[in-house]
Design a binder for this molecule. Structure first.
Ligand SMILES: Nc1ncnc2c1ncn2[C@@H]1O[C@H](COP(=O)(O)OP(=O)(O)OP(=O)(O)O)[C@@H](O)[C@H]1O
Ligand SMILES: [Mg+2]
Length: 341
């Protein structure tokens, strides 16, 4: 079964052709990062208009790369939430148009479920059996930091979430304070790789009596550190790059420590058979190596390009929804605040 996966929940037009939820025939992402970079974050109206401009060309190219035409497909899966309303509307309505034109089954996918199903696109022997359920899924992205217990396909239980900022949001906001640009995660990771002197510790906030995350205190601590060093508000003075790299490395370590301690606690508490990483922050190299080092069970990590938003993960999740019954969700609407569990 070949599906077109469509992702437009934020600032990436992601279109992919996926077979049987696992095989990638094509996977294209038209990123708007350069357009939004000058604003230091995503501007929803601009993002929606940009999806409109790029959508048809990206679909055509994805089909061409897969050496297929629209009528060869068996269905369409599209993100219908959570995300930005305008960008979601573009993807959902375009998906309805394509499905109607070829009378194809159409299914709406939760973006977070997509981040989880990116793991099924990896070359593991048989992810339904190996490592098997229950799985602990960490979704660490621009808008979410959730620990989810996946008991089976489609059965999710929310174990912990962030009480304030998401991990990706913390990277992005801290990078803005440190003058490192947008998106902040890759910029901080790159800066942390520079030679640096050790930096005084930043806090690893905990929520009393809970495994929930909290990152806003860490973000404030970075702001205070930047103010103490005279880096913020931004000035024309030269910033010592060794010192800047030290702060970036300490911030990255603080975020990774906070995540890993909770992943380890939850995986032991719930006797999971494996851990799945997903969402843009799962592309972080320190998070990937440290999770593998500390997790008591097998860790499944999609390649970095499948951690950030893409259409392949939506096509993968769509197959698990459509494989047993053809659906035509003509009445599907966007749900910007959609929850998974
Ligand atoms: N190598 C990296 N290290 C740390 N963070 C990263 C890295 N690469 C990307 N990110 C972060 O990932 C986030 C983007 O991830 P993603 O595309 O999944 O978020 P989103 O789709 O905007 O949010 P959500 O999935 O919650 O709706 C950004 O905050 C970015 O800084
Ligand atoms: Mg995302």
């Amino acid at each position: 079964m070949k599906l077109l996966g469509i992702e437009t929940s934020c600032d990436e037009t992601g279109i992919a052709v996926i077979e049987n939820g696992r095989q990638i025939h094509s996977n294209l992402v038209a990123s708007q990062i350069d357009i939004h970079a000058e604003y230091g974050g995503v501007v929803p109206e601009i993002a929606a208009r940009q999806h409109l401009l790029t959508f048809n060309a990206v679909v055509k190219q994805a089909l061409k790369d897969a050496e297929l035409e629209l009528h060869h497909l068996d269905g369409i899966a599209v993100t219908h939430g959570p995300g930005l309303a305008g960008p979601l509307l573009v993807g959902v309505n375009a998906a309805k148009g394509l499905a109607l034109a070829e009378n194809l089954p159409l299914v709406g996918i939760n973006h977070l479920e997509g981040h989880i199903y990116a793991a099924w696109l990896e070359d593991i022997p048989d992810p339904e059996v190996n490592p098997g359920f229950p799985l602990l899924c960490l979704i660490a992205s621009g808008g979410h930091t959730d620990l989810i217990l996946m008991e089976d396909h489609g059965r999710y239980q929310l174990l912990a979430e962030t009480r304030d900022d998401a991990a990706g949001e913390t990277f992005d906001k801290a990078a803005r304070i440190l003058g490192l640009g947008f998106p902040g995660g890759p910029a901080i990771q790159k800066m942390a790789e520079h030679p640096h002197s050790p930096e005084a510790k930043l806090p690893r906030p905990r929520v009393k009596g809970s495994n929930d995350f909290s990152f806003s205190g860490l973000k404030t601590a970075v702001l205070h550190r930047a103010q103490e060093k005279g880096w913020y508000p931004p000035t024309d003075c030269d910033i010592d790059q060794n010192e800047l790299a030290g702060v970036a490395a300490e911030l990255q370590e603080a975020i990774v420590d906070s995540i890993i301690s909770r992943v380890v606690t939850a995986s032991k508490q719930h006797h999971v058979k494996g851990v799945v990483l997903g969402g843009g922050v799962a592309a972080n190299s320190l998070l990937r190596s440290e999770t593998t080092k500390h997790s008591p069970v097998e860790v499944i990590m999609p390649r970095p390009v499948l951690c950030t938003d893409n259409g392949a993960m939506i096509g993968a999740a769509g197959w698990f929804h459509l494989r047993n019954s053809a659906k035509h969700q003509w009445d599907m609407d966007v749900v910007p605040g959609l929850r998974l569990a």
